[in-house]
Design a protein around this ligand. Structure first.
Ligand SMILES: O=C(O)[C@H](O)[C@@H](O)[C@H](O)[C@H](O)COP(=O)(O)O
Length: 248
């Protein structure tokens, strides 16, 4: 049975630094248990700052980065190398500074690449990548990610699943092309809730008073169609990592 925990840090600096320490420990524990670790990264300022904090942590290299499988929960569908891409920011913040195995880093496709400007095709391809690496891990053809990181927006979006959209209601596909996003850029790729729920642990890392209402609504068990951040849950654990402002 999955459990939900809420941990509140005094401020956003303590939140991101402590989340980085927790992530390092989670990855080391996974590698100790099964020889590898898998993490799903998020975009957004808070999520990227966590990666920067991992990079600067004295404990960073307790992780064998060559045995970490890296995925993304969502991506802005922009040209390769675009500074607004979550992949670009994650590489600058952490991945380019540790010894990850390029074969084990799985970015979502950029626009203008092999899928041109077809975000839906790029999304379908990422679903195939997940199914291939899942190897029967879970019933949803998605790897049993050790930890899946998420941020949330003030109106309750998470990953690129926004309120009252068909994407947050998707129950079959694991990855979708998302169009007309209210948060720029308008076209994205996102894991769906069934894919997110394949993770062993889901961590929602949230800072700032502007998010307090969405956090409160999600924790109160709102309908994910209204508050998508109410939808994610880990198979073993759902962890809300908040600063005091976001905790309300
Ligand atoms: O690509 C994105 O924009 C993210 O995946 C998005 O879900 C983000 O995590 C939240 O919007 C929080 O962003 P902030 O941490 O910048 O508020």
């Amino acid at each position: 049975m999955s459990r939900t925990d809420v941990v509140v840090a005094d401020n956003s600096d303590v939140l991101t630094a402590s989340t980085a320490a927790r992530l390092i420990t989670r990855l080391v524990d996974a590698q100790t248990a099964r020889g590898a670790a898998s993490v799903v990264l998020t975009g957004g300022g808070t999520g990227i700052e966590v990666l920067r904090q991992v990079r600067h942590s004295p404990a960073r290299d307790a992780v064998d980065w060559s045995r970490v499988d890296v995925y993304w929960g969502d991506e802005r569908f922009l040209p390769d190398g675009d500074p607004e891409r979550n992949e670009t920011q994650a590489r600058e913040a952490l991945l380019d500074h540790v010894g990850v195995d390029p074969e084990r880093v799985h970015p979502m496709a950029p626009s203008g690449g092999k899928f041109g400007n077809e975000a839906d095709e790029a999304a379908a391809h990422y679903a195939e990548v997940l199914a291939t690496t899942a190897a029967g891990d879970t019933e949803t053809a998605v790897p049993a990610f050790d930890v899946l990181l998420l941020g949330i927006g003030e109106e309750g979006h998470t990953a690129s699943l926004f309120p009252h959209t068909p994407y947050v209601q998707e129950s079959q596909r694991t990855v979708v092309g998302v169009h007309d996003c209210p948060k720029p850029p308008p076209t994205r790729i996102s894991l769906t809730l069934p894919a997110i729920r394949a993770a062993s642990e889901v961590w929602l890392v949230v800072a700032g008073a502007g998010k307090a209402e969405a956090v409160s609504a999600a924790l109160a068990g709102s309908d994910p169609v209204e508050i998508p951040a109410a939808g994610p849950r880990g198979r073993e654990r759902t962890l809300w990592l908040l600063d005091r402002e976001a905790a309300g």
